[in-house]
Design a protein around this ligand. Structure first.
Ligand SMILES: NC(=O)c1ccc[n+]([C@@H]2O[C@H](COP(=O)([O-])OP(=O)(O)OC[C@H]3O[C@@H](n4cnc5c(N)ncnc54)[C@H](O)[C@@H]3O)[C@@H](O)[C@H]2O)c1
Ligand SMILES: [Zn+2]
Ligand SMILES: [Zn+2]
Length: 361
C-alpha cells in the first residue's frame, strides 16, 4: 500500500510502497478515507520531538473497517470509524478513573508483542507505527481500542478532523478546563486546535471569546466560528489587549501554538483565580517560566492531552453537533489534497496559511 514515510529526522515524508499485516485477535484493519495534517506531525518531522525512524506519520483520520480480528466484537467490516491516538487499555488506574487519554499501558499492551510480527513493514523490515495509528497510508492496522464507530451519514473528510484537532480543542474546553456559560475565554493560536477550542467556548456559552493569532485570515475565520474579539499578536501585545478587553483578565486561556512565549502569555492574561491550559506541544527541553507570586492569586497552569478525552463518548457527540450545525467543520476544512502533496501541505501549515488540510485517499 501507499504510505508517507519519515525516514530521517529532521526530514520530509517520502511516498513509498509498504506492507501492512493481517489483523491479530484484537486488531482492526481500517481503509483510510481521509487524514488531516496536524501540527504535531510537523513537530516530529522537524525533530522538536523524537521518534524512531522509519515511521509512517499521521494521526487524525477516519475510514471504513475492512477486516477485524477474531476477538473483536465492537466493530465489523463496513462500519465507519474515527481513529484516536488515545489508545486505552481499560484496566489501569487512569482508565478505571475515567482518564482514558492518560492510559498507562497504551505503549506496552496495545502494541504488537515480540514474536507477533510488525503491523507495518518494508521489504521484511519493520516500519514504526506512529502514535498507534499511522494515518498517512491507504490502510491502518490498529488496536480495536483506537477506533470509535460513527454514523455512516457523517462525511469522512469532516470526521477526520474530529480524530485529533476537534477533540483536542473542544475537549480542552469541555473536559480539561470545564468552561461554564458566562466565563471569559482567550485562545492563542487559531489553527485546527485553537479554532476548535473557540468553537467549544462558543458552544459552552462563554461570554467573551478572544482569539489571538498573527495571521489576519485566521482571525477572520476565528470570528466566523465564534470569537467575539480578535487580537493580532503581530502588532499588538496579546496580554495587554486581553487585560484591556476583559477589565483584568480571562477566566480561562488556552495555548494552541506550542511555544514558551505563548504559554507564558496564556498565564499572563488570566484574572485572579483563572486557569491557563497549554495544549500546544512545547519543544522537548524547553522550560516555561512564570512569576511564583502569581500563585498567591490562585492562578492555575495546566496541560491537556488530546482534550482529556473519552473519545468513544466524545466523538459521536461531536458528530451530532456537526449535524445540528453547532460544530462548524466545513469552514475549518480549507483544502483537500492528494497523499503526494503532503509536504506542500505541511509547508503551507508552517506559513500559517491554512486552517486544516485533509488528504483524500
Ligand atoms: N496536547 C495535545 O494533545 C495536542 C494535540 C494536537 C495538537 N497539539 C499541538 O497544538 C498546537 C497547534 O496545532 P495546530 O495543528 O492547530 O497548528 P497550526 O499550525 O494549524 O496552528 C497554529 C496557529 O498558531 C498561530 N501562531 C503561530 N505563532 C503564534 C504566536 N506567537 N502567537 C499567536 N499565534 C501564533 C499560527 O498562525 C497558526 O494559525 C501544536 O503545537 C500541536 O502540536 C497538541
Ligand atoms: Zn494532532
Ligand atoms: Zn489504561
Amino acid at each position: 500500500m501507499k504510505a508517507a514515510v519519515l525516514n530521517a529526522i529532521p526530514g520530509v515524508l517520502e511516498i513509498e510502497d509498504i506492507d501492512v499485516g493481517e489483523p491479530g485477535p484484537r486488531e482492526v484493519l481500517v481503509r483510510t478515507v481521509a487524514a488531516g495534517l496536524c501540527h504535531s506531525d510537523l513537530h516530529f518531522m522537524e525533530g522538536k520531538y523524537p521518534y524512531p525512524c522509519p515511521a509512517v506519520l499521521g494521526h487524525e483520520s477516519a475510514g471504513i473497517v475492512e477486516a477485524v480480528g477474531s476477538m473483536v466484537r465492537y466493530v465489523k467490516p463496513g462500519d465507519h470509524v474515527i481513529t484516536c491516538l488515545s489508545a486505552f487499555c481499560g484496566h489501569c488506574s487512569q482508565c478505571t478513573d475515567g482518564h482514558l487519554s492518560l492510559c498507562e499501558n497504551k505503549d506496552t499492551e496495545l502494541v504488537r508483542q515480540p514474536g507477533e510480527g510488525n503491523r507495518l513493514s518494508r521489504g521484511g523490515d519493520p516500519v514504526n507505527q506512529f502514535l498507534h495509528l499511522s494515518s498517512f497510508a491507504e490502510f491502518m492496522l490498529v488496536h480495536e481500542q483506537t477506533v470509535v464507530k460513527i454514523d455512516n451519514e457523517m462525511p469522512l473528510d469532516k470526521a477526520a478532523l474530529i480524530g485529533c484537532g476537534v477533540t483536542t480543542g473542544m475537549g480542552a474546553v469541555f473536559r480539561t478546563a470545564k468552561v461554564s456559560a458566562g466565563d471569559t475565554v482567550a485562545v492563542i493560536g487559531c489553527g485546527g486546535i485553537g479554532l476548535s477550542a473557540i468553537q467549544g467556548a462558543r458552544i459552552a456559552g462563554a461570554n467573551k471569546v478572544i482569539a489571538v493569532d498573527m495571521v489576519a485570515s485566521k482571525l477572520q475565520l476565528a470570528q466566523s466560528l465564534g470569537a467575539t474579539h480578535v487580537v493580532n499578536a503581530a502588532d499588538t501585545d496579546p496580554i495587554q489587549a486581553v487585560l484591556d478587553l476583559t477589565g483584568g483578565g480571562v477566566h480561562y486561556s488556552f495555548e494552541a501554538v506550542g511555544l514558551k512565549q505563548t504559554a507564558e502569555q496564556a498565564f499572563g492574561m488570566l484574572r485572579r483565580g483563572g486557569q491557563a491550559t497549554v495544549i500546544g506541544m512545547i519543544p522537548v527541553g524547553t522550560k516555561v517560566e512564570i512569576h511564583g507570586v502569581e500563585f498567591l492569586y490562585e492562578k492555575k497552569l495546566t496541560g491537556s492531552n488530546m482534550g482529556s478525552n473519552q473519545f468513544r463518548t466524545d466523538m459521536p457527540r461531536f458528530v451530532e453537533m456537526y449535524f445540528d450545525g453547532r460544530l462548524k467543520l466545513d469552514e475549518m476544512l480549507w483544502q483537500t489534497i492528494a497523499l503526494e502533496d503532503i509536504n506542500e501541505g505541511f509547508a503551507e501549515m508552517k506559513k500559517g496559511a491554512v486552517a486544516r488540510s485533509v488528504i483524500a485517499f
